[in-house]
Design a binder for this molecule. Structure first.
Ligand code: 13P
Length: 253
């Protein structure tokens, strides 16, 4: 059985005060029982990671970074390495989030280097994939997701794949209030799981967690997670409200 996973991507939101306040509210929310049955992680902006980690200390909620760079150290102005993130207590990192692909311009090859470096350094990557609206309309969803999964995981052996979580985030559903229906999500998740089965083996396909992201909220969380291949949610906007995020965690228990 795959353990459900609820992740909160705070994106470029909060400040020094509100990030810690949000973390405090989550830590004191009733998620302790959930912590044993659900993996919960939040992804604050880099500069608040340490303070948020401290506020969550002793709770069952862990922290992750929204991005990472693949080089170990050196002249890479503005970048943050895997070991720096490990150093401050990060367990996870997002790789290839749609905003990094489509706003910043990251390509699959770079994303693959980040996924690989994360695993090699002991950080658990969440590889984000998903199609644009025009790609869905042109019936290219499977093709796009296949390319992003195959190129994102290129060169990873069975053992390394075991460290990976995949997040399916259709770009048209992110921040738009338009959620994929549970059936639409299930269709793509099932497709991705079968793809992993072809690329690796059936055991790894059954073990890998595949999260859905895109306008997930308390009102649709349970329906989405009731789908066989939807193992949890990567939540954006609703993860900035403690009550909403706690309700989504509860829906995963
Ligand atoms: P929203 O939940 O705000 O649509 O964002 C989804 C997302 O991009 C999470 O990574």
């Amino acid at each position: 059985m795959r353990k459900p996973f609820v992740a909160g991507n705070w994106k470029m939101n909060t400040n020094g005060h509100t990030s810690v306040d949000l973390a405090d509210r989550l830590a004191s929310g009733s998620v302790e029982s959930a912590g044993h049955t659900v993996t919960v992680a939040v992804f604050p902006p880099f500069v608040y990671l340490q303070a948020v980690g401290k506020a969550l200390n002793g709770s069952s909620i862990t922290i992750g970074a929204q991005d990472v760079y693949f080089e170990q150290d050196g002249a890479f102005t503005g970048e943050i390495s895997v070991s720096m993130l490990k150093d401050i207590g990060c367990n996870y990192c997002l790789c290839g989030h749609s905003e990094r692909r489509h706003v910043i311009g990251e390509k699959d090859e770079l994303i693959n280097k980040k996924v690989t470096a994360a695993i090699n350094g002991g950080l658990l990557p969440i590889l984000c994939v998903g199609e644009l609206l025009e790609e869905r309309k042109a019936s290219q969803t499977n093709e796009v997701v296949t390319r992003q999964v195959k190129e994102g995981l290129a060169g990873l052996n069975d053992e390394k794949l075991a460290a990976v979580t995949i997040a399916y985030e259709p770009v048209w559903a992110i921040g738009t209030g338009l959620t994929a229906t549970p059936q639409q999500a299930q269709e793509v998740h099932d497709f991705i799981r079968k793809l992993i089965g072809q690329m690796y083996n059936e055991r790894l396909a059954q073990e890998i967690r595949i999260l859905y992201g895109g306008s997930a909220k308390p009102g649709n969380a349970a329906d989405l997670m009731s789908q066989e291949d939807v193992d949890g949610l990567l939540v954006g906007g609703a993860s900035l409200k403690a009550d909403d995020f706690l309700a989504i965690i509860q829906a995963a228990v």
